[in-house]
Write a protein that binds this ligand. Structure first.
Ligand SMILES: [Zn+2]
Length: 324
C-alpha cells in the first residue's frame, strides 16, 4: 500500500537575516566540481562521526546552507537540518543514506530546511523500498508552523508535493513536535541502544528553535542551530560534549547589523558558552561572508574566552567525534 503517514499536525519558513556582502572570502580552495574536501570517500570507521554538508547560508556564496550528517558505527543515520545545497553535498561525498532514518530540524528557516523535499525525493528514487523517516523539530509559534504542519504542507494530501506519496515507494514519515518553551528542561528525543538524542529550546528571536545533542559510544556532539545565546540553555545541553557545532553568523558588536544580534551569537559569547559547557572542541559554522573574511579576528575573540581547540567548518569536512 502506498501512502503518507504523518503522526500529528501547522506554517512556513523565513530566512536568517544575512550579513555583509556576497564575496566568497578566504574560505578555502574550490575546484570545478565543488569544495576541495567534497569527494566520495570510504565508509567512516569511527563509532561517531559528523560530516558538514553545509557550513554557510542563507546567502549563496559557495557554501551550502546549514546541514550535517551523523554516522553511527560507520553508517549515515541522522541528518541535522537540510539547508539548500545539502542535497548536492550528499552526492559529492558519496554518502550512502539507505539507513538514514532520522531527521532533526533545529528550526524552520529556509536555510535549514530548503532541501528537505530534494532529500526525500532522492531517497525515494535511489532505493526500491519504503522510505521510513522520523522527523523531529520545533513546535509552532507566531508565524511559524509546527514541524508536523510543515511536513504536512510539503507531502500531505493538500501539500505542495502531494504527488510524492504515490509516485514510487511508500512514504512513512513520523513527525514529532518538540518543546520550545525557554524554561523547559532538556528533552529526551529518542533512546535506542547506545544512541541517545536530546534537545533544548534556544533563543532565536521569535523563531521556535532547538539545539540537539547526539550521544553514542560514550561520546557526544551538539549542534546549536541558530541562537542568540542570551540564556544558558545551550551550555546546559552541551555539558562535556566532545564537539559543539556553533552558529557563527555575526561579528562581535558593533561589527554586524544590530538586528542580527537578536538572532545570532557573537564570537566572544560563543567562547563563553563553550567554556561554561566544558566542551572538548568547537566547530564554527553557519558562516556568512563577513565572518568568513574576518576569520582571524573571530577566532581571536572566541579564544579569549575558550581555551580548547576551535576551528571553522567547511562543506564536506568530516570529524571523528571520538577524537575531534
Ligand atoms: Zn535561523
Amino acid at each position: 500500500m502506498r501512502g503518507l503517514l504523518v503522526a500529528s499536525a501547522l506554517v512556513a519558513a523565513a530566512g536568517c537575516a544575512p550579513a555583509g556582502p556576497t564575496t566568497r572570502g578566504a574560505a578555502g580552495a574550490r575546484t570545478d566540481t565543488g569544495p576541495a574536501l567534497c569527494h566520495a570517500s570510504g565508509r567512516p570507521s569511527s563509532r561517531l562521526e559528523l560530516a558538514v554538508l553545509g557550513s554557510g547560508g542563507p546567502r549563496g556564496f559557495g557554501r551550502a546552507a546549514s546541514s550535517y550528517v551523523v554516522f553511527i558505527d560507520g553508517t549515515a543515520r541522522i541528518l541535522v537540518d537540510v539547508g539548500p545545497g545539502a542535497f548536492v553535498r550528499l552526492g559529492e561525498m558519496g554518502v550512502d543514506f539507505r539507513a538514514l532514518d532520522t531527521l532533526l530540524l533545529t528550526h524552520l528557516h529556509i536555510d535549514h530546511t530548503g532541501d528537505v523535499p530534494g532529500f526525500v525525493k532522492s531517497r525515494d528514487l535511489t532505493f526500491d523500498e519504503p522510505l521510513s523517516l522520523r522527523i523531529f523539530g520545533p513546535r509552532g509559534g507566531g508565524e511559524y508552523p509546527s514541524t508536523t504542519t510543515f511536513v504536512d504542507r510539503l507531502f500531505g494530501a493538500r501539500g505542495a508535493f502531494a504527488y510524492l506519496p504515490t509516485f514510487r515507494n511508500e512514504l512513512r514519515l513520523g513527525v514529532t513536535d518538540l518543546p520550545t518553551q525557554p524554561d523547559a528542561p532538556a528533552h529526551e528525543v529518542l533512546r535506542e541502544g547506545d544512541l541517545r538524542i536530546s534537545s533544548i529550546a534556544v533563543d532565536h528571536d521569535d523563531v521556535p528553535a532547538l539545539a540537539f545533542r547526539i550521544e553514542h559510544a560514550g561520546h557526544a556532539v551538539v549542534v546549536s542551530g541558530d541562537l542568540a545565546s542570551r540564556n544558558d540553555n545551550l551550555a546546559r545541553l552541551a555539558g562535556g560534549a566532545d564537539l559543539l557545532v556553533y552558529d557563527t553568523a555575526v561579528l562581535d558588536p558593533p561589527g554586524s547589523p544590530k538586528r542580527l544580534y537578536d538572532l545570532h551569537t557573537s564570537p566572544r559569547r560563543i567562547g563563553e558558552v563553550a567554556a561554561a559547557a566544558h566542551v572538548k572542541s568547537l566547530l564554527l559554522s553557519h558562516l556568512p561572508p563577513a565572518v568568513d573574511r574576518a576569520r582571524d579576528e573571530v577566532l581571536k575573540s572566541v579564544r579569549s574566552t575558550f581555551q580548547g581547540p576551535a576551528r571553522f567548518a567547511e562543506d564536506c569536512l568530516r570529524i571523528d567525534v571520538t577524537a575531534p
